[in-house]
Ligand binder design. Structure first.
Ligand code: IPE
Ligand code: IPE
Ligand code: MG
Length: 264
């Protein structure tokens, strides 16, 4: 997990297409800390965070990134004070309404992962409207993780698989990694190539636990409200320099510029 961009960097225009991440996932952290540093209530950090969401979605659409997954609310975030949760729900509803036209203009397709319980009905209605309206869009997929927990996702998948076995649709010995992947909320989606976390913490916080197994991690000390398109480009430029081995060895002639040069 690299926290600093110490690698030989190439400006984004020079990066060959095959070294771009196809799927970027972001743990948008540090809204509260950003606000508190400005002497503002925590919720102001969430409000400002929406500007960063806009800038990031716009840049991903411009760069033709296949998928952007944003961690908006974890299954553990319900421990927060009710007024903060109410404000987050309000922001979510507002985002769904106010961004709809832009999302359509950007050809972005919206998807949601996570459990629906706890999300107020009117927020769900606005989410569904945006999902439905954007379903035929062919550009970047914007996947919003709302009331999402990686462990909860696995529990739901295991229950579904166990039911299949119980009903005779599935044999236990036929369960493979693909079976599990097909029963996760992210079925049909590629695994993230690049996972970004803002606000400096070096942890995953229950995000995409199955899917992140070979993601490249990139952590910045910037808080989410400070994240802009140039931060995203920094992360992509750093990603392009990584040597992804997936347990194997560096391919001869690989253009990764950050590979360890210890010869044999
Ligand atoms: C991330 O910012 C947003 C959510 C988790 C909803 P935080 O609210 O966690 O901000 P910090 O980490 O407390 O600064
Ligand atoms: C992770 O941030 C969840 C989201 C960004 C939605 P948290 O602030 O909840 O993570 P922890 O508690 O610091 O691990
Ligand atoms: Mg946090």
């Amino acid at each position: 997990m690299s926290k600093t961009a110490t690698t030989a960097r190439h400006p984004i225009e020079e990066i060959p297409r095959d070294r771009f991440p196809k799927h970027i996932a972001v743990i948008m952290d540090g809204n509260g800390r950003w606000a508190q540093r400005q002497g503002l209530p925590r919720i102001e950090g969430h409000r400002r965070g929406v500007h960063s969401v806009r800038a990031t979605v716009e840049e991903c659409a411009r760069l033709k990134i296949d998928q952007l997954t944003l961690y908006c609310l974890s299954s553990e975030n319900w421990k927060r004070p009710q007024h903060e949760l109410d404000f987050l729900m309000h922001l979510l509803e507002q985002y769904m309404i106010e961004e709809r036209a832009t999302i359509m203009k950007q050809n972005v397709r919206v998807k949601i992962i996570g459990r629906r319980d706890g999300i107020p009905d009117q927020v769900q209605r606005e989410m569904d409207k945006t999902i439905e309206l954007s379903t035929a869009n062919t550009g970047t997929t914007l996947c919003l993780a709302i009331n999402y927990g990686g462990r909860a996702e696995m529990v739901d998948a295991v229950q579904c698989i166990a039911e299949g076995v119980q009903q005779g649709r599935l044999k236990a010995e036929d369960i493979t990694e693909a079976t599990i992947a097909e029963h996760l909320y992210t079925r049909g989606m590629p695994d993230p190539d690049l996972m970004i976390r803002t606000a400096g913490e070096m942890r995953i916080s229950n995000f995409l636990l199955w899917q992140v197994s070979y993601s490249e991690l990139w952590v910045t000390d910037l808080c989410w409200p400070e994240f802009r398109e140039e931060t995203l480009r920094d992360a992509i430029e750093n990603f392009a320099s990584r040597d992804r081995r997936f347990g194997g060895l560096t391919k001869p002639g690989s253009s990764g510029v950050d590979a360890c040069s210890s010869g044999d």
